[in-house]
Design a protein around this ligand. Structure first.
Ligand SMILES: Nc1nc2c(ncn2[C@@H]2O[C@H](COP(=O)(O)OP(=O)(O)OP(=O)(O)O)[C@@H](O)[C@H]2O)c(=O)[nH]1
Ligand SMILES: [Mg+2]
Length: 223
């Protein structure tokens, strides 16, 4: 069983289309869970109307907290994470799942070995992402191209659920660290990344960049 877990904060204009796309990519046995923490634009109604189960948290807590709540609340032995703002393409979920073969524990949908559509990422964010990926590769001896991608599939058993603590965008780093430190194998597949067509990203460059770096270094220290 696959659980697709999506963090969504004020994504009403896009979430219905994303949920529909996700449902089309899954089998009947799978589940789609949207975690909404205090959206004010009708995100949860839009997600429910499209067919997702919605977990609502009282107030806005951050992407990491939302995904952690979704992981706890979902049942699948395979977890898929995909952004709810429409930037990732749900029809590529089967590509991630196919790559999650016997000896692989996590498949990352790499934006940088894949296709970036016009407006998918700003120049500054691209440089920042490549920098963070480089630091991660140096610290952990990996050869990844996109450590910060939100679009990914992972085996639940590869995560140490009690020790996930990310609150914001450092969740991706933390998920990858769990797999690597547990001796699991991480693979990447190229994906397509589009622009955000409504609202704005909640990513605060300096603050979230520092949080991600701190998580990378703290993972090295305690391992
Ligand atoms: N529930 C919840 N979801 C969040 C929160 N912050 C971000 N998200 C979701 O996480 C996904 C990615 O967030 P974005 O802010 O678009 O970040 P990003 O895509 O990495 O950054 P850009 O490329 O600049 O758009 C989207 O589906 C957001 O709705 C939050 O505080 N709560
Ligand atoms: Mg986005």
């Amino acid at each position: 069983m696959v659980s697709v877990v999506m963090a969504a904060f004020n994504e009403a204009p896009a979430i219905g289309r994303v949920v529909t796309g996700v449902l089309n990519a899954l089998t009947d046995a799978d589940e789609v869970l949207v975690v909404d923490d205090g959206s004010t634009d009708g995100t949860h109604e839009a997600a429910m109307t499209a067919g997702a189960r919605v977990l609502r948290l009282g107030s806005n807590r951050g992407k990491g907290e939302a995904l952690r709540a979704g992981i706890r609340e979902s049942a699948g032995e395979v977890l898929v994470f995909i952004d709810a703002d429409g930037q990732d393409d749900p029809s590529e979920i089967p590509v991630l799942l196919e790559a999650l073969d016997g000896d692989t524990d996590m498949v990352i949908g790499s934006r940088f070995s894949g296709r970036l559509l016009d407006g998918a990422i700003t120049g500054v964010n691209r440089v920042g992402n490549l920098f963070l990926t480089r630091v991660f590769n140096i610290l952990y001896g990996t050869g990844l191209t996109d450590t910060q991608a939100g679009f990914r599939a992972v085996r639940r058993e590869a995560l140490d659920l009690g020790r996930l603590r990310a609150r914001r965008y450092e969740i991706e780093t933390e998920l990858t660290l769990h797999v690597i430190r547990g001796g699991g194998r991480v693979k990447e597949v190229p994906v397509t990344r589009g622009p955000r067509d409504h609202g704005k990203s909640g990513f605060i460059r300096a603050w979230d960049g520092m949080r991600i770096l701190a998580r990378m270094f703290s993972g090295r220290l305690v391992s």
